[in-house]
Design a protein around this ligand. Structure first.
Ligand code: NI
Ligand code: MN
Length: 229
């Protein structure tokens, strides 16, 4: 399995020549090291409806004939943009053939703000995903604040790598993310959802040092950097 970080919350997971991408936000990220048209995937997973998670979902889905996988409300919204969708919900597991994706809860919001019509579309419940393939378990926490059931998720899943937001302001910040890391009990923690915008600037290396002080392994992935396991 090869996992590549493309900035913000964008994670590409490759398993035996097949791939899925979670929360593609590339064209809106000046620091991105990849082009939207270079993304080759079998599925596009979305944790929630905010633009910094769904921005490039439709073009990637269309170009690859790859379904968008999300909560049912966001799936309906995406289907109106002409993409194939698979709606699922929290607690459910989708078998993608090359990987399994379980939808977990996240403590956040998920509306789509239509400024022009002064309307807010309900975007369904925000989520995270637990991806299982080749006997490995990867957690993408989505956008979330700290919540106690992270401990339950950590107790029930043997997580190899957990991708946790640390940007603060819209999600948990580094201090709460250290607590989340303790509860998820992942073998490796990788920070996401930071430094894309001024309001979520954080020191990834300082976060990794804070993890190490608690005996937890962390690693900063640069944009475009991959990890093999
Ligand atoms: Ni969000
Ligand atoms: Mn976000």
């Amino acid at each position: 399995m090869k996992i590549t970080y493309h900035g913000q919350s964008t994670i590409l997971i490759e398993v035996n020549g097949k791939s899925l991408i979670i929360d593609p936000f590339i064209s809106g990220n000046a620091a991105a090291k990849v082009k939207v048209e270079d993304i080759k995937v079998e599925a596009v997973l979305l944790t929630h409806a905010h633009a910094d998670h769904i921005l490039d979902a439709a073009p990637i889905s269309k170009a690859n004939h790859a379904p968008v996988v999300s909560n049912p409300e966001l799936a309906a919204y995406m289907s109106w943009q002409g993409v194939e969708t698979i709606g699922m919900n929290i607690g459910g597991t989708l078998d993608l053939d090359f990987a399994k994706a379980k939808m977990t809860h996240a403590f956040h919001s998920s509306g789509i703000i239509d400024e022009e019509n002064k309307n807010i579309l309900y975007g369904g419940m925000p989520s995270g995903f637990i991806i299982e393939a080749e006997g490995k378990t990867i957690l993408h926490a989505g956008d979330t604040g700290l919540f106690g059931d992270m401990k339950m998720i950590g107790d029930r899943h043997n997580i190899d790598i957990a991708f946790l937001p640390i940007g603060d302001h819209f999600t948990m910040g580094p201090e709460d993310a250290v607590q989340a890391a303790e509860w998820y009990k992942a073998k490796l923690i990788i920070p996401i959802h930071y430094n894309t915008f001024p309001v979520i600037e954080q020191d990834g290396d300082a976060f990794v040092r804070a993890l190490e002080e608690r005996g937890i392994k962390g690693r900063v992935l640069e944009l475009g950097e991959s990890i093999e396991l």
